[in-house]
Design a protein around this ligand. Structure first.
Ligand SMILES: [Zn+2]
Ligand SMILES: [Zn+2]
Length: 189
């Protein structure tokens, strides 16, 4: 499937967003990653989410609310369940598809409405990015890390959909090293 620059950015943003959830909210192991407005501002800056105005407490609440919905998309293998969540998110955000070739990128479509809040911006563009995976029959690429103490969300963009860990250089390696040590111990004992 074709993944444009903006789709890639939206995927990075939604994965990062889902992974800010504390584990009590069904997120990965860890504390609340969007604890306050400065944390939200850092997220907005990191993902270059444009034109969202001055951030307020209601933005924080709204972003946490859509985060919980997005987490459901990564938690289910059922396309109907995922489709319902994505439809709700995108509809509530009020999208305005708009062709653009900003900043030297090829033609692509922005979905967020002009002046959209940060939550609506994310719901529209990340919702549509995930929608394309369902359309392409690729929902299984929307995964959670298999490391038992991690469970981070990630998008498997590998050719043969074989990725099992959120970041093979940390989680994958960590498990490989643990398995290697266990084997050595067995051999030595
Ligand atoms: Zn763009
Ligand atoms: Zn992981």
């Amino acid at each position: 499937m074709l993944i444009t620059h903006d789709t890639r950015c939206a995927l990075d943003a939604v994965v990062d967003l889902v992974n800010t959830a504390p584990d009590s909210d069904g997120g990965a192991a860890g504390a609340e990653g969007l604890a306050d407005l400065p944390a939200l501002a850092a997220f907005v800056e990191k993902h270059d989410i444009s034109d969202v105005g001055v951030l307020a407490e209601r933005d924080l609440a709204a972003v946490r609310a859509i985060r919980a919905r997005f987490a459901q998309v990564f938690a289910t293998a059922d396309p109907h369940g995922a489709a319902t969540v994505i439809n709700d998110l995108v509809a509530a955000a009020g999208t305005t598809p708009r062709l653009t070739d900003h900043d030297g990128y090829d033609w692509h479509v922005h979905y967020f409405a002009p002046g959209a809040s940060v939550a609506d911006h994310l719901a529209a563009d990340c919702g549509m990015a995930l929608a394309f995976f369902l359309v392409a029959g690729e929902q299984e690429r929307l995964r959670r890390c298999e490391a038992p103490d991690c469970r981070y969300a990630f998008v498997d963009l590998s050719r043969n959909r074989s990725r099992r860990y959120c970041d093979s250089r940390t989680c994958g390696n960590r498990l490989h090293v643990a398995a290697y040590r266990a084997r050595r111990k067995e051999a030595a004992g």
